[in-house]
Design a protein around this ligand. Structure first.
Ligand SMILES: *Cc1c(COP(=O)(O)O)cnc(C)c1O
Length: 233
């Protein structure tokens, strides 16, 4: 079995290779290590290997880890479905939220974001393939929600996120990623110029499809299994 440090090195070099192969700017794709259902020891090992961004799906599990790792100096991303009774914890303890798909939740997060902290970075989750989950807005609703989020003082809209249905063929994987990239580009041209500056994130690609996502313009890949191994459920 390879170590976590070796896995991070392997995924990172695969990312750099894809950047080169598809004319992407070097180091323009961020690696988010998805540590849900993995131990604090695994997170520490990843941090020691230079990994700084971590993704978690469950609020209580994440808060427990943060408490046990107070000196980690990590950037925490909430990537799971957002329940309205958990927004206060998410707004208080996370740096990013990737799965935003409702104005009500956005308003709560903005209201509950502590005033001494930077605005919470958020991505709108878009449901393109409509297969794997019920989360995410339709492509057609994206622009309206984006405009509404931009009115909220304590949120900073950074971009779009999607979780396409698993698909083994890389050419087929690319079709959905291409759709999200197109939607992202349209959004960037339609929004007021002054507000587009923060729009720099396309959160797409997981262990099974991140090379295809990078080929189509991903700026952030969310990788769990390829770094930490199989999850204990
Ligand atoms: C679990 C999860 C991941 C990581 O999945 P792997 O296949 O283990 O890389 C990425 N994104 C989201 C939203 C997840 O829930």
């Amino acid at each position: 079995m390879t170590s976590i440090a070796e896995n991070i090195a392997a995924v990172s070099s695969a990312i750099r290779e894809q950047e080169l192969a598809y004319g992407r700017r070097p180091n323009s794709v961020c690696l988010l290590a998805v540590s849900k259902r993995h131990s604090c020891a695994s997170i520490r090992a990843a941090r020691a290997a230079g990994q700084r961004d971590f993704g978690e799906n469950y609020v209580s599990e994440a808060l427990e880890k943060m408490q046990q790792l107070p000196d980690l100096d990590a950037i925490w991303h909430f990537i799971g479905p957002i329940q309205s009774n958990k927004t206060a914890s998410i707004a208080t303890f996370f740096d990013w939220v990737h799965g935003l798909d409702r104005l009500k939740i956005a308003e709560r997060l903005s209201r509950q974001r502590p005033s001494e902290r930077e605005p919470l970075n958020v991505c709108i989750q878009v449901n393109l393939s409509r297969e794997r989950s019920k989360s995410g807005v339709d492509a057609a609703q994206t622009r309206e929600l984006a405009a509404q989020i931009m009115e909220l003082p304590n949120l900073r809209l950074r971009g779009l996120m999607a979780i396409p249905a698993p698909q083994a063929d890389p050419e087929l994987q690319r079709i959905v990623f291409r759709e999200l990239k197109q939607l992202f580009d349209e959004l960037a041209t339609e929004l007021e110029q002054s507000r587009v500056a923060d729009l720099d994130t396309l959160s797409m690609g997981m262990s099974g499809d991140y090379p295809a996502a990078i080929a189509e313009g991903s700026t952030l890949v969310r990788v769990g299994t390829a770094i930490f191994g199989r999850r204990r459920d």
